[in-house]
Design a protein around this ligand. Structure first.
Ligand code: ATP
Length: 319
């Protein structure tokens, strides 16, 4: 293999730049040319492709977002779109592709591989919802953004003696809510993976209030429902002054943490190694601090699970 490509796809996540840098530098280290595909699969279909040099990825390791931009492409979901993409790759003489993104982007990599074009997936999403890896690139940064925000909100919650409902990202995955809730001592953590009764949340709040607690934090993953609605119901049921804060896109940006930069560097480099070994249709990940790889189809046939023990612990610590 003499030429490879790299693209970012789906939602951006902090650390994607560090992963691009690792792919480019590791490939050049092995005398392989690297082409950047801009705007994800949309750019791939259009041929928005440029050669990257060592210097092209200088000064990006500490930046959030992605220098290659990212996009969602409906055309690429079709066999015709996938064929156009492979034609472009062939036109540039590219022999393998590294796809940095979430599970949807991995499905795209799987399709390219099915059509005979080797592609490797690198998990880049803040949601931490990809099976086959303990952590995805960007999760740690998003988590730290959330706890910084909650720490600030907590000051106001204490001063005004209020209950705060904080809605965080996670449509299908509760990891951001669970980890931030545990890290911030939330009274309740509501996540899509675990059923809950609003009455339990209410009685937990009332128990705290009765023993003199001045403020409470409830963390809600967006997949559970609207934070505003939950806040309204809690205020009605407890008669405690309740406010809602939706953290939104602040969670997707920002300087990647050391953990995400190191993870991105290790995973990006591993993706290049796999292409050099002639592997295709695989995803890289980290399990028990070891860099691993799995067949994409096999990995995506499973669903990401939250750590049940951590969830139970969060409940035990917020009695
Ligand atoms: P995030 O979870 O952070 O949003 P993602 O990678 O899951 O990231 P998606 O929008 O699901 O984001 O997928 C990104 C792109 O991957 C899609 O716009 C589409 O072009 C491609 N893709 C998704 N699913 C498939 C599929 N089944 N077949 C081919 N391509 C797909």
């Amino acid at each position: 293999m003499k030429k490879i490509g790299v693209l970012t796809s789906g939602g951006d996540s902090p650390g994607m730049n560090a992963a691009i840098r690792a792919v480019v530098r590791k490939a050049i280290y092995h005398d392989i040319e690297v082409y950047g595909v801009y705007h994800g699969y949309t750019g791939l279909i259009k041929g928005d492709i440029k050669k990257l040099e060592i210097g092209s990825v200088g000064d990006i390791i500490h930046r959030g977002g992605t220098m290659l931009y990212t996009a969602r492409s409906d055309e690429f979901r079709t066999a015709e779109g996938q064929k156009k993409a492979i034609d472009q790759l062939n036109k540039f003489g590219i022999e393998g592709l590294v796809v940095i993104g979430g599970d949807g982007s991995f499905r795209g990599a799987e399709k390219l591989t099915e059509h005979g074009f080797p592609a490797i997936g690198v998990p880049g999403t803040i949601d931490n919802d990809i099976p086959g890896t303990d952590f995805t690139i960007g999760f740690d940064t998003a988590l730290n953004t959330v706890i910084n925000a909650i720490d600030k909100i907590r000051d106001t919650a204490t001063s005004h003696e209020r209950t705060y409902v904080i809605e965080v990202m996670g449509r299908n995955a509760g990891d951001i809510a669970l980890w931030s809730g545990l890290a911030d001592g939330a009274e309740s953590i509501l996540i899509p993976e675990e059923k809950f009764q609003l009455e339990d949340v209410v009685s937990r709040l009332m128990r705290g209030h009765e023993r003199g607690k001045k403020h409470s934090i409830i963390v809600v993953a967006e997949g559970v429902g609207s934070g505003a609605e939950i806040g309204k119901q809690l205020q009605e049921a407890t008669n405690l002054e309740t406010r809602v804060s939706v953290l939104g896109y602040i969670q997707r940006g920002g300087t990647p943490t050391a953990f995400d930069r190191v993870l991105a560097s290790r995973l990006g480099a591993k993706a290049v190694d796999l292409l050099l070994e002639g592997k295709a249709g695989r995803m890289v990940g980290i399990e028990q601090n070891q860099i691993v790889d799995h067949d994409i189809s096999e990995a995506l046939s499973k669903t990401h699970q939250i750590d049940k023990k951590m969830y139970e612990l969060s409940q035990q610590l917020s009695i």
